[in-house]
Write a protein that binds this ligand. Structure first.
Ligand SMILES: NC(=O)c1ccc[n+]([C@@H]2O[C@H](COP(=O)([O-])OP(=O)(O)OC[C@H]3O[C@@H](n4cnc5c(N)ncnc54)[C@H](OP(=O)(O)O)[C@@H]3O)[C@@H](O)[C@H]2O)c1
Length: 470
């Protein structure tokens, strides 16, 4: 969707330095441009990319930023007075550590998506940030597009986190989902599939060994429990040993197998932090988090159970998390101490009346069981350009013949024999309808309701059908 104009008002500007322009860096740049005006209107601040650093500045990029934005070393990016927020997206640990600590020493706010860096050096980084009075933001480091960091830091601030169970590695979850769904599929075959689809790195060890999930678990546990969890204290077991037979047995026993990161708090102050393949009841919502998706079930002593679901990696989901950190950082810089508030802006601004809203529909009519009924109803719909996607005429339902939902087709009740009085009995006629406005469908329904063979008891029922985003 495009707004009428991309012209940004006269807002204070905050300069961003992008260290790294790979999958995530390019995504952040692209979406910062795309939602530039929306962000500016929401924040009352304009975020502007001032500098970019990569290893090879001559590489063609998509999108291609202006050449003059590129510098040859990240030290130049940090040294630039126009860069107020440094976004570390180079990955790896030691170089990223040097970059982040130099940025903090220079008093620049740091945004990073680097879970390995935080898991290994979180304690030193946050100590330095504290001493410099500069924030480090890392929403993208855990579960990609799911805002779990802000949920733990803000939404659940009044809760003791009793436990968290997370599917937080999309590669492993893809492999395990495929093994669960295709009987006999081996781990190696599922991994090869994940690689072919680009869901696994050329060297998938960090993912399948469980360590990528462990890095994220360490960050979550450290936030939840207030001390930096030493990586050596975390039990980590990967998915390489899971066989096709394990899935057959698990299914028979009513379970699914997932790589779970598990956090649990004990009354004596000890905590569990572990990552390993885990059998969970197959009908639990977490067991249905499939493919590359992530899911986190978090239990707070005040809120109870909450479930988060979404894309845990990928350019767009990760960029979404980085943008939220950038917005927070910019707000901290410009509006220090200003309370959270609602900022009205003019990018949207009217609610569509229901008459104009388009939807698909389920229409249930009670009609006399006689020839010509369907043609009559379909004619009225066609006159108003409403298409029918399917028609169903089930046998009448009496309390005594409502079928068991698990019944096989031959157990379904037979259509009752013709009425002995010779009059036509009423039967349900179900129509699934293509998109139409509310006005179109209500006018059509008024006309249909007046047909002599359409009953008013029960009245026609119209239910909106939504195909949810996949
Ligand atoms: N990809 C995801 O879905 C995802 C999800 C969550 C978190 N993350 C995290 O986000 C970070 C970035 O991931 P990515 O997938 O975007 O990585 P990537 O595609 O490999 O991109 C890395 C970028 O950093 C640049 N770079 C590497 N070392 C550098 C150095 N020493 N100096 C300057 N530039 C350097 C590279 O330059 P060239 O382009 O010239 O090679 C490249 O532009 C990682 O910490 C990763 O764990 C990624």
């Amino acid at each position: 969707m495009a707004f009428a104009s991309d012209e940004v008002g006269n807002y204070p500007k905050v300069g961003v330095g992008l260290a790294g322009f790979g999958s995530v860096g390019a995504g952040v740049y692209k979406h910062l441009q795309r939602n530039r005006r929306l962000l500016a209107e929401r924040l009352g601040i304009e975020l502007t990319v001032r500098r970019i650093v990569v290893r090879d500045a001559s590489k063609k990029r998509e999108p291609q930023p202006p050449r003059e934005l590129f510098v040859s070393h990240w030290r130049e990016l940090i040294a630039d007075p126009e860069v107020q927020i440094v976004v570390e997206l180079i990955g790896g640990v030691e170089e990223a550590f040097a970059l982040v600590t130099d940025a903090l020493r220079a008093g620049k706010i740091v945004v990073t998506a680097n879970k390995a860096l935080l898991a290994e050096h979180g304690q030193e980084i946050f100590k330095l940030a504290e001493s410099k009075g500069v924030p480090v933001l890392f929403e993208a480091a855990v579960a990609g597009g799911i805002p779990i960091i802000k949920a733990v830091q803000e939404g659940f601030i009044g809760n003791r986190i009793e436990s968290a169970h997370g599917i937080i590695n999309g590669t492993c979850n893809y492999i395990l989902t495929r093994m669960a769904n295709e009987r006999g599929l081996t781990y190696q075959a599922a991994l090869a599939e994940a690689s072919a689809l680009g869901y696994a790195e050329a060297d998938p060890t960090l993912d399948v060994s469980g360590w990528d999930a462990a890095h994220k678990a360490i960050i979550l546990a450290s936030l939840a429990y207030g001390f930096w969890v030493p990586p050596g204290d975390v039990y980590v077991h990967g998915i390489q040993g899971i066989t096709a037979e394990d899935f057959v047995h698990a299914k028979r026993l009513g379970y699914n197998i997932k790589l779970l990161a598990i956090l649990k708090a004990h009354a004596d102050g000890a905590v569990e932090v572990r990552v390993h393949p885990t059998m969970i009841p197959h009908d639990h919502l977490l067991a249905e988090v499939d493919g590359v998706f992530n899911g986190i079930l978090l239990w707070g002593d005040v809120v109870g159970e909450t479930l988060f679901y979404g894309r845990g990696a990928g350019q767009d989901a990760t960029s979404s998390a980085v943008l939220s950190d950038l917005a927070q950082a910019a707000t901290d810089l410009i509006r220090d101490n200003e309370p959270n508030r609602f900022r009205p802006h003019g990018l949207y601004g009217r609610c569509l009346p229901i008459e104009q809203i388009r939807s698909e529909y389920y229409l249930r009519l009670s009609v006399k069981d006689q020839p010509g009924v369907l043609a009559g109803v379909a004619g009225i719909l066609a006159n108003r350009q409403i298409g029918i996607s399917s028609v169903l005429q089930p046998p009448p339902m009496y309390p005594s013949n409502i079928p068991n939902p698990t019944a096989s087709p031959e157990d379904l009740p037979a259509l009752p024999a013709a009425d002995s009085t010779g009059t036509h009995q009423h039967v349900d006629l179900i129509l699934m309808l293509h998109f139409a406005t509310h006005r179109q469908i209500t006018e059509a329904l008024e006309e249909i309701s007046r047909l002599p063979y359409v009953s008013s008891d029960p009245k026609p029922a119209l239910i909106h059908v939504e195909h949810l985003p996949e």
